[in-house]
Design a protein around this ligand. Structure first.
Ligand SMILES: [Zn+2]
Length: 370
């Protein structure tokens, strides 16, 4: 392996150096990550989740503080798309689980299996937090109210293309949500946020979000949720005497951090010393150099990056390779967690395939011709 020199790796001897100042005087580490519940985890998600626990576990050792991993299970991800009169409407994973149209176990059991394995191996406890709980947390709603009160300040940050801030209610009758949000209006009142929208079947409807309570539900799209999470983690630093760390794939660093999260935290007036620490884990790349994507695999099938199915589906990976596969990935990510030159780079799927030992009864994870 060759490690090209990168700036941040020169600044640090150990990755925990990036947490050191924020952890000073704190009682605990709260390490947060998130994933959409859009099916069985694929290898990229597996690598990210194991990296989160590895980063937490390494920080426990170096900083001598207890840690909890908070896994935000995004069941507000779209699970169904409906087109009516040329407009696109969606229903969420959570709504389709509630209505019995999809099986909760199909969406959740793969993640739970992975989280239990990682917690057991790392000896770091975790909390599984569904989106319905997240959207009702007091700091998350406080941030919602601030954004709703200052829509024009946040438009260029969360919606640079069309200026439409997507904090969407769903139809109380049929739970359809308007994807474009063109009929959405957002109004901040005293201690509440009013959301008004239009259902193609049931007409106009309104939702009231109580800022100091848990009444109401809204879907925050990705930039809004990301900003709320930054606000939440900053608040939790004080609330739990915690060093708040968010660990996500490197696609949430770079442009996302520069254009969305950092400007938003500054606009919210949060002092830099209270910003959560962001740690970005290596991306897993397909053979074209793009981020490994399950969506692309589903769309283009086996032609996409010439990958074995085990890489797209945790269940298949474990059926074919057993826990040895997780052991092999764990050994690798624990090195990423400690060493700056290993953390601040990407890895190809072929590199990962070479790490996963091949039991005698499993098909070889070899390099097939592209
Ligand atoms: Zn409706």
């Amino acid at each position: 392996m060759i490690f090209a020199p990168v700036g941040i790796a020169h600044l640090t001897r150990d990755n925990t150096d990036l947490l050191r100042a924020a952890a000073c005087g704190k009682q605990r580490l709260r390490v947060t990550t998130a994933a959409q519940l859009n099916g069985t985890p694929h290898i990229g998600t597996v690598v990210t989740v194991l990296s989160v626990f590895a980063v937490a576990s390494h920080a426990v050792d170096i900083l001598n503080l207890p840690a909890t991993v908070i896994f935000d299970a995004l069941d507000n991800a779209p699970a169904e798309q409906v087109e009516i009169d040329g407009e696109v409407y969606t229903r969420t994973v959570g709504d389709l689980i509630d209505s019995g149209h999809i099986d909760r176990a199909d969406r959740v059991s793969g993640f739970e299996r992975l989280l239990r394995w990682a917690a057991d191996r790392s000896q770091v406890r975790y909390e599984f937090r569904p989106y319905s709980i997240y959207q009702a947390l007091p700091p998350v709603r406080t941030c919602l109210h601030i954004m709703a009160s200052r829509l024009d300040d946040f438009r260029p940050i969360v919606a640079p293309a069309d200026g439409i801030i997507r904090i969407r209610p769903r139809c109380p009758e049929c739970r359809l949500m308007e994807k474009s949000a063109k009929n959405l209006s957002i109004n901040a009142g005293d201690g509440v946020v009013h959301l008004d929208s239009l259902c193609p079947v049931h007409g106009r409807y309104a939702e009231t979000i109580d800022i100091s309570g848990t009444d109401g539900w809204y879907d925050a799209n990705t930039p809004v949720r990301s900003i709320q999470k930054g606000f939440l983690l900053a608040a939790e630093g004080e609330l739990y005497q915690a060093c708040s760390v968010s660990v996500d794939g490197a696609d949430w660093g770079g442009a996302w951090h520069a254009h969305v999260l950092a400007p938003a935290l500054a606009t919210l007036g949060i002092p830099a010393a209270e910003w959560p620490v962001s740690v970005f884990t290596p991306l897993l790349l397909d053979r074209s150099g793009g981020k490994l994507s399950k969506t692309l695999y589903v769309r283009y099938g086996a032609a996409y990056a010439d990958l074995p199915e085990a890489f797209l589906n945790l269940d298949v990976l474990l059926d074919q390779y057993g826990d040895d596969a997780l052991d092999a990935i764990w050994t690798e990510v624990t090195r990423w967690a400690a060493e700056p030159s290993r953390l601040h780079r990407s890895y190809t799927v072929d590199y990962l395939a070479d790490l996963i030992r091949t039991p005698a009864n499993a098909p070889a994870l070899d390099r097939r011709s592209v």
